[in-house]
Design a protein around this ligand. Structure first.
Ligand SMILES: [Ca+2]
Length: 323
């Protein structure tokens, strides 16, 4: 049986690999790709997504959405992904942008496909706008896999926050409070042994040696550099593809648990921090945790936090989709 999916993305190099993985998975049917502002302006993100769709030989429509966060000024990630978001490879496509606004497409597609899987690979602006317009869509989403946040650990854009959540914290808060069945895949899950090592990248290019395997590594050349020089990781970190791997095969996440998660919007040092009630302390009636009441009143914790992945199996899934 095929599973339906819709992908919301600020398509830069790791998003492109995640999109490729979904398109290359036989039992996944991607209904639409919606572009949000984040790493890239929406026009560039849409070129990168359309090029990826074309390279995979598919026909999935790509729609443009919000070109800035709800209330903040947008902050791009050129420093990380290169001027085009694709390591300076400047891929071009003749495929047109699909007509319609991403927010309406999210609403209509989710309404038309009960049980659909929503995967978010960028700031949550489009999804928050869709929820504001049509909160009932929450009921139709079977899983909402969010690449975003940092569960009880360091951030990547500030010491406290991961980029997607930090970029539009108000939107993220709306999503985390909405009741969407979020599976939070923090950026930390792509670090360390989940990085592609030099040997892994050589394997992709020389052993798998397909147009897709070359594409996946080539477009991430800036990201590889930034990951090593800015973040001190050993190789290439691929946050969006790790989230997509879990969306495709949930058993790649080997340890998870449900918690209340809220997003810091006002903090001087902690804007965009995903605050996870890991120990369940907010259930106690104390003045210290009064601000968690809106979440408690919605019922039991519903956000699934992914804590660990099987790094070898994530890589095997990635390799399979390159062939
Ligand atoms: Ca992204």
């Amino acid at each position: 049986m095929t599973r339906k999916m819709i992908i919301d993305t600020d398509t830069a190099s790791d998003d492109a690999v995640a999109i490729m993985m979904a398109l290359q998975t036989p039992d996944i049917e991607v209904e639409a790709i919606t572009i949000v502002a984040g790493n890239m302006p929406v026009e560039q993100g849409s070129i990168n997504a359309r090029y990826t769709v074309e390279l995979c030989g598919k026909d999935v429509p790509v729609y443009i959405g919000a070109d800035q966060p709800l209330t903040r000024e947008v902050y791009r990630a050129y420093f990380f992904h290169g001027p085009d978001g694709m390591g300076g490879m400047n891929y071009q496509t003749t495929r047109p942008v699909a007509e319609g606004h991403a927010v309406d497409v999210l609403i209509d597609t989710i309404k038309a496909n009960p049980g659909i899987i929503l995967v978010t690979l960028g700031p949550l602006t489009n999804v928050a706008l869709a929820l504001a317009k049509a909160p009932e869509i929450v009921e139709n989403v079977s899983r909402c896999v969010v690449m975003g946040g940092a569960a009880c650990t360091v951030g990547n854009i500030t010491p406290a926050a991961e980029y997607n959540i930090w970029c539009d914290p108000e939107a993220a808060r709306m999503c985390f409070r909405s009741g969407l069945p979020i599976e939070m895949v923090g950026w930390e899950l792509c670090r360390g042994e989940a990085n592609l090592s030099d040997e892994d990248m050589r394997y992709c290019k020389e052993v798998i040696n397909t147009p897709l395997s070359h594409f996946a590594i080539d477009c991430n050349i800036s990201a590889l550099d930034a990951n090593r020089n800015w973040l001190g990781d050993p190789g290439l970190g691929l946050p969006d593809p790790v989230a997509m791997a879990i969306a495709i095969d949930p058993t790649i996440c080997t340890r998870s648990s449900k918690h209340y998660v809220d997003v810091e919007c006002d903090g001087t040092f902690t804007r965009g921090m995903t605050v996870v009630d890991q120990l369940g302390v907010t259930v106690h009636e104390t003045a210290n945790v009064e601000m968690w009441r809106p979440l408690r009143e919605k019922g039991e914790p519903w956000v699934t936090v992914c804590w660990e992945i099987d790094a070898q199996r994530w890589k095997e899934l990635l390799y399979r989709t390159m062939r």
